[in-house]
Design a protein around this ligand. Structure first.
Ligand SMILES: [Zn+2]
Length: 272
């Protein structure tokens, strides 16, 4: 009956890059090439790439990053993306290979199972209201656009007393609108679920890999308004009673925030 805890949400970004950086950083003059090949099976015997001082800090986003003044909603009806944390992570491409071994679990059940139930419940409520909903796996399609993206995860701790939910906007938010949604979620999620709010966000949340279009190809378009929620602690009996047994309350907390967000008002059935 033990909780199995592994690194939470965002360490995956670092894992994913670490393997590559060690190879890309090696300079021919400093290290025999045989040693390089041995240490870095990922980088095959291909000619060394042009030397870059900071491979990982290179901006992979091809073009100027838009500013909040330039933000426009994507074409078409209001589209909400709900990402199931860790779902189908085994399909992760090389740049996100760290995803494959990530996430928490409780009593032998991986976090993704709980996340999936919540996302499906939330999606059903949103569709009932007339929203277009995309349910996304751990790997986001390159340059993904929606009116709003929410990643759904759950926490765990060695301390069964640790409880509460947290929400975060991206550290770098080109839309300038994510924090408004986060604030709404803080207003709706607690009352809907009875789960207490944790004031702090983690660096892993703020730097969530799907937000990081500068580093990863499989990331959101910078104009996609995004947030991440840790719905509560699977290792806490009180939080778990809601997450596991009353997922409709979790879904309600999320849906209420989406409805209240001026950019994603309920479309109404008339557009069907
Ligand atoms: Zn997670």
């Amino acid at each position: 009956m033990k909780a199995i805890i592994s690194a939470g949400v965002g360490a995956l970004g670092m894992f994913a890059v670490a393997g590559l950086v060690s190879g890309a950083e090696a300079t021919p003059g400093e290290m025999p090439s045989a040693a390089v090949a041995q240490d870095t099976p990922v980088v095959q015997q291909t000619p060394p790439p042009p030397r870059r001082r900071s491979w990982w800090s290179r901006n992979r986003y091809p073009g100027p990053i838009p500013t909040p003044e330039e933000w426009r909603p994507p074409a078409g009806p209001v589209r909400i993306a709900l990402q199931v944390g860790h779902w189908r992570a085994d399909e992760a491409p090389l740049e996100l290979s760290g995803l494959r071994r990530n996430g928490t679990s409780w009593n032998g059940t991986h976090e993704r199972e709980f996340n999936l139930v919540i996302v499906r419940r939330t999606a059903a409520m949103l569709e009932e209201l007339g929203y277009v909903v995309d349910i996304l796996p751990a790997v986001v399609p390159p340059d993904y656009r929606a009116h709003l993206f929410l990643a759904i995860h759950a926490d765990a701790s060695n301390d069964p007393g640790a409880r509460g939910y947290r929400v975060s906007a991206p550290r770098r938010d080109a839309t300038g609108r994510a924090q408004d949604f986060v604030d709404l979620l803080y207003q709706t999620y607690g009352p809907a679920t009875g789960i207490r709010r944790l004031e702090d966000t983690t660096r892993r949340m703020r730097n969530y890999y799907a937000f990081n279009y500068r580093r990863y190809e499989h990331a959101l378009h910078p104009m996609t308004i995004a947030a991440i929620i840790e719905t509560g602690f699977l290792t806490n009996a009180g939080d778990r009673a809601v997450i596991m047994n009353q997922p409709e309350r979790v879904a309600r907390g999320i849906v209420d925030a989406i409805k209240a967000f001026p950019i994603t008002p309920p479309p109404g059935r008339s557009e069907d």
